[in-house]
Design a protein around this ligand. Structure first.
Ligand SMILES: *Cc1c(COP(=O)(O)O)cnc(C)c1O
Length: 400
């Protein structure tokens, strides 16, 4: 054993996410931030939101950050700012959270679903190229940096630059991540969309989102669109939406942003422990063909330096015949897991009439059947990590 002397209490709960414990650590700072907003009674816009936008842009190494009401709205605003509307096609992966595609549909445009790479679980350039061959020239492309891993941007940008269409980054799960050239989210794409949903790596105390872009003109358009389309002179030349980041969220997020880098490192230290313990137990990293029968579990492969995967989720692949039984068994043992995603988007009923509803996207479909998200967050201790691995091993010792 690499981690000897661990005391394992079999009934101790291993929460998938522990926001209560995080709040305990943050209580003093968050209370002070909230008090500031309550004293000011400025809840919409104002100095907290402006300061958060500046600090977020600086931390991201991107010229402009524009706050908005949620990650879903950030996607909608990004597409609105690019003029996406009826008759347009927008490519996105079939294996992602629903709102990636919903943003396209809500503007009357057509989502064209692409498959994913079986190792990175992101839509990469070959899958994008296949979708374009199948459906024709798109008006925009949304890449999703899934679970905290940035898709290979070089190859994607070569394609979108060739076509002359914007590459929108759905970075809801990947704040702090870097691509294969070492660039952060929003640095190389046209615009990156962030979510501050409480379970994201930078989570608010409610809904919130932001857009990152290096283009000053685009940032200005986004500021207008999030505020009903109201221009600086008070006139409305376009119809926008009401999607503002409120000051309470901004104040909490400012406080948490200062800790984000340390929390990301703590998260990655836990990923390393999982990798060690699980490989020791017989799991394999990546898509290797040889899986020891007693532990048929495949671990997420880390990208090569200087890329940085920030593991908003730690997702393993379990043979489909076992996945749901294993999840039930873990639940009985008080180890919480998650299913991302239960349905590939091209099989969602609301997208049933789309041309891409009937295409085979085998890797996206397989991931929906065999992916299992294990608990990962900075509050997990080594004992809890060892418990998760011990429970997995127990299950397979009995079942295989
Ligand atoms: C969370 C998430 C969103 C939406 O963010 P909300 O803030 O919940 O609206 C969009 N895309 C992906 C990939 C997400 O994980």
């Amino acid at each position: 054993m690499r981690y000897p002397g661990l005391v394992t209490e079999p009934t101790r709960r291993v929460p998938k996410l522990d926001l209560v414990a995080e709040h305990e650590r943050m209580r003093g700072e968050v209370d002070a931030a909230l008090a500031r907003v309550l004293e000011s009674q400025r809840f919409i816009g104002g100095p907290e939101v402006a300061a958060f936008e500046e600090e977020l842009a600086a931390a991201s190494g991107v010229g402009h950050a524009v706050g908005c009401g949620s990650g879903s709205d950030a996607l909608l605003l990004a597409l609105m700012a690019e003029g996406i509307g009826p008759g347009d096609r927008v490519v996105c992966p079939a294996y992602t959270f629903f709102s990636t595609a919903a943003a396209i549909s809500r503007l009357g445009a057509e989502p064209v679903f692409a498959d994913i790479d079986p190792t990175t679980l992101c839509m990469e350039a070959p899958q994008l190229a296949e979708a374009i061959d199948r459906a024709g020239q798109p008006a925009a492309v949304i890449v999703v940096h899934l679970f905290g891993r940035v898709a290979a941007m070089d190859a994607l940008l070569r394609l979108t630059d060739q076509l002359g269409v914007p590459l929108v980054e759905d970075a809801a799960q990947s704040i702090g991540a870097r691509d294969d050239a070492g660039a952060g989210i929003g640095v190389r794409g046209r615009v990156a969309c962030l979510s501050f949903y409480p379970s994201k790596n930078l989570g608010g105390y409610g809904d919130g989102g932001a857009l990152l872009t290096g283009d000053a003109g685009l940032a200005e358009r986004l500021r207008i669109l999030r505020d009903h389309g109201r221009d600086r002179d008070g006139l409305h030349r376009v119809v926008g939406i009401n999607s503002r980041l409120d000051a309470i969220q901004a104040a909490v997020l400012r406080t948490k942003l200062r800790h984000l880098e340390a929390w990301t490192e703590e998260r990655l230290a836990r990923v390393a422990i999982y990798n060690d313990l699980l490989t020791e137990a017989g799991a394999v990293i990546g898509v290797g063909p040889t899986v020891r029968a007693e532990m048929p579990v495949r671990l997420p492969s880390a990208p090569a330096h200087p890329a940085r995967h920030v593991f908003n989720q730690y997702v393993v692949r379990v043979p489909e015949a076992h996945r749901d039984r294993l999840r039930d068994r873990l639940a009985e043992r008080r180890v919480e897991t998650g299913l991302y995603y239960q349905q590939p988007l091209h099989h969602e009923p609301c997208f049933g009439a789309l041309p891409s509803a009937d295409v085979a996207l085998p890797h996206a479909e397989a991931a929906c059947r065999d992916a299992l998200a294990l608990p990962i967050h900075p509050e997990l201790d080594k004992d809890q990590l060892a418990r998760v691995v011990a429970e997995l091993r127990q299950y397979f010792v009995r079942s295989v």
